[in-house]
Design a protein around this ligand. Structure first.
Ligand SMILES: Nc1nc2c(ncn2[C@@H]2O[C@H](COP(=O)(O)OP(=O)(O)O)[C@@H](O)[C@H]2O)c(=O)[nH]1
Ligand SMILES: [Mg+2]
Length: 293
């Protein structure tokens, strides 16, 4: 039986979280076309007949982290690099040019002395490709896979290789020096359900609001209660730094907050397989970054 811990690294937006969600077949990490969607490393368990794998999905900004939140996200990501891992998957997106940030990620990948797989993602997109800029990596990485994380293309040979490279475990409860809890109901190892619910709501804000607002916003889940009628009652607050953002999040006649709430409620309901009542409000809190991160 193979047991191990696999670290996913790559610039924001290369498709790490999409890969993980589609491999596990269930949403474990939120995704959006905007960078910095994921704010902290997420550990998820993938289990099948060949063994158990803990995947660690990193947020990682790696580029210039100027604001406090970015700095904190980077710190959390870098601390993950010090953990024991058995394998590194380095994701690149051939539809985007190599840049300074890519060089930084590669620099980090090079420091980790473990087996490595290069994953060239988004092969479903062919119109605009910078693939020649990534070709030199093929000399450095013994294993190269071209995949589409979105369409699950070439997942099978990639997963075969992951299992091949992982150590054979004797202790079923440990991977990469980490305890695997028994009796998992959800394949998430380090995120409690309130944070997960907050993440699902935050994802909707990323998808439905303009460029700036998601970065000025966070979500806090205050209450999750099972009601007698079988409905799960969830009380959550969207916190944003300024009144003008609050106005935009609420929208004319409250239509925006209703829309965000409605999408989030449907998805949460699907994820936990229960009826959900979502009580969602917006507040201005200029200091949420200091309080919650
Ligand atoms: N066309 C295409 N889009 C993808 C693919 N993988 C991810 N994406 C998109 O790229 C964006 C960023 O993906 P995400 O998983 O959040 O990237 P992460 O920051 O590396 O975790 C999202 O809009 C995804 O839908 C892919 O294989 N093909
Ligand atoms: Mg991500």
């Amino acid at each position: 039986m193979k047991i191990g811990k696999v670290l996913l690294l790559g610039r924001p937006n290369v498709g790490k979280s999409t890969f993980l969600n589609n491999l596990i077949g269930q949403k474990v990490a939120i995704t959006s076309p905007k960078p910095q969607t994921t704010r902290f490393p997420i550990k998820a368990l993938y289990e099948e007949s060949r063994g158990r794998v803990i995947f660690v999905d990193t947020p990682g900004i790696f580029g210039k982290a100027e604001d406090e939140l970015s700095k904190k996200i980077n710190e959390k990501t870098l601390s993950i690099l010090n953990e024991e891992v058995d394998l590194v998957m380095y994701f690149v997106d051939h539809t985007r040019r190599r840049d300074f940030e890519e060089s930084r990620v590669l620099g980090l990948v090079r420091q980790i002395k473990k087996p490595k797989i290069l994953v060239i993602n988004k092969v479903d997109l062919q119109e605009k490709s910078f693939l020649p800029q990534y070709k030199f990596l093929e000399d450095e990485f013994p294993y190269v896979f071209e995949i589409s994380a979105l369409n699950k293309t070439h997942f099978r040979p990639l997963v075969d290789k992951i299992f091949e490279l992982l150590p054979t475990g004797t202790d079923k409860k440990k991977a990469g020096g980490e305890e695997i809890p028994e009796g998992l109901v959800y394949p998430l190892l380090n995120v409690d359900s309130r944070i997960f619910l907050a993440e699902l709501i935050r994802e909707k804000i990323f998808l439905m609001m303009g460029e700036e607002i998601p970065y000025r916003t966070t979500v806090i889940v205050d209450e999750v209660t099972e009601r007698e009628n079988g409905v799960t009652y969830i009380k959550a607050r969207i916190l944003t730094t300024e009144d003008r953002y609050k106005k935009m999040l609420i929208g004319a006649g409250g239509h925006k907050i209703k829309e965000i709430g409605s999408y989030a409620r449907k998805e949460i309901s699907l994820a936990i397989n229960k009826k959900v009542f979502l009580d969602l409000t917006v507040e201005t809190d200029p200091h949420w970054q200091e309080t919650y991160y």
